[in-house]
Design a protein around this ligand. Structure first.
Ligand SMILES: [Zn+2]
Length: 372
């Protein structure tokens, strides 16, 4: 653990200056016959020692990794890092945006796979002490939103209030999301919603849209379509910070659903350096709980046995220190899932009555305060 760690300005001109300083130091080392050393802080948002008193924090690095020219694997990583850094520098200089995929296709033979580029982008964010969007690297965007909300992104207007059950793509440039301009003055994001509901899957989102869920319930519904991407999490963070609404999450009752829920609340390990801006500590778990199968009398054929992979994943998740520290009740439910050895999808709740989720399950849980 290192005490002094402060985020620095992420203005493009400051980032370009830091890129120049970084490369100048490398060139100086090389021209003076010294072997350059690149030191990258390491971040992790949890450890796997739930019984120890740990000090996992969201904003402090845990040690550092040293890349040198002495190791062959490091030489390749430095090559990748510098190539990606050069692309990022160009994006910033030209004030253009590119996707991780665009970057991959600049040197596919060197990068060999997307994850190599992704790691380099994360390392650059850590070196320059900024977020990914500050590098002008954006995702294609896969999240959806509907409900009692009105906002704009640059010139685009999203008037969800007019037709609250119509899906809109979540904007990629979240820093440009504002309210509508009124009398040429920008206004705040407008919402008359009472809560935000996040659903894991697009199929469930569509079910709610078909049931006109948002016409009958004053809320905003969001899906990240599986593991949420950065724009979805930043957009959600913006809505919660601006509107201060309670937020609930509905996921499948299986270890993947649980992991997605944990990603919303605590952030992901790969982006741990930015967890402070991406995590949603306000997130409540609405369901589906392992105990829901009995409570709502699920047909037996909807309960599937946990596979060996499911069990391995659940056991690994149970070790994460933040569960014990911050949401011990979530952890107990995951333990219960493992004990019972069965899983089920959210859709299984609608096995008897198609509109059960929207007409009964979600409203009764929110009104009755049945969430964790
Ligand atoms: Zn820990």
């Amino acid at each position: 653990m290192e005490g002094k760690y402060r985020r620095r300005s992420s203005e493009p001109s400051d980032l370009l200056k830091r890129i120049r300083e970084f490369t100048r130091a490398l060139v100086e080392d090389l021209s003076n016959g010294r072997s350059p050393v690149i030191s990258i802080h390491r971040f992790s948002n949890y450890c796997t020692n739930p019984n120890a008193i740990c000090c996992c924090s969201y904003d402090l690095p845990k040690g550092r990794e040293i890349l040198t020219f002495q190791r062959e694997s490091h030489v390749h990583r430095i090559d990748v890092l510098l190539r990606v850094l050069l692309i990022v520098q160009k994006l910033l200089q030209e004030n253009k945006h590119g996707s991780k995929r665009d970057i991959y296709y600049m040197h596919p033979a060197v990068f060999s796979e997307q994850s190599v580029v992704d790691r380099a982008i994360n390392e650059i964010c850590i070196l320059l002490q900024c977020s990914r969007h500050n590098l002008n690297v954006v995702s294609v965007g896969k999240g959806l939103v509907m409900g009692w909300l009105r906002f704009s992104e640059s010139e685009k207007k999203f008037d969800c209030i007019n037709r609250p059950s119509i899906a809109h793509p979540i904007p990629v440039h979240v820093e440009e999301v504002k309210g509508f301009t009124f009398n040429s003055k920008p206004a705040d994001i407008v919402s008359v919603a009472q809560y935000i509901l996040v659903v894991e899957k697009e199929t469930v989102f569509e079910r709610l849209a078909n049931d006109q869920f948002c016409n009958k319930n004053r809320c905003i519904v969001i899906t990240g379509r599986g593991y949420p991407d950065i724009p979805t999490r930043r957009f959600l963070r913006l809505l919660i910070d601006t509107l201060r609404l309670p937020t609930y999450c509905l996921v499948d009752c299986d270890p993947y659903g649980f992991d997605i829920l944990a990603t919303y609340r605590f952030g992901s390990m790969q982006m741990a350096y930015d967890a402070k801006l991406l995590r949603i500590p306000e997130m409540n778990w609405l369901g589906a709980f392992p105990s829901d199968s009995e409570k709502y009398n699920l047909p037996n054929q909807c309960l599937l046995p946990l596979t060996a992979e499911d069990k391995r994943k659940s056991e690994a998740i149970l070790l994460r220190c933040y569960l014990q520290r911050e949401v011990p009740k979530w952890r107990l439910e995951l333990e219960l899932m493992l004990q019972r050895g069965v899983k089920f999808e959210i859709e299984a709740l609608s096995a008897r009555v198609l509109s059960f989720l929207s007409a009964e399950y979600i409203p009764s849980k929110i009104q009755g305060g049945i969430y964790l």
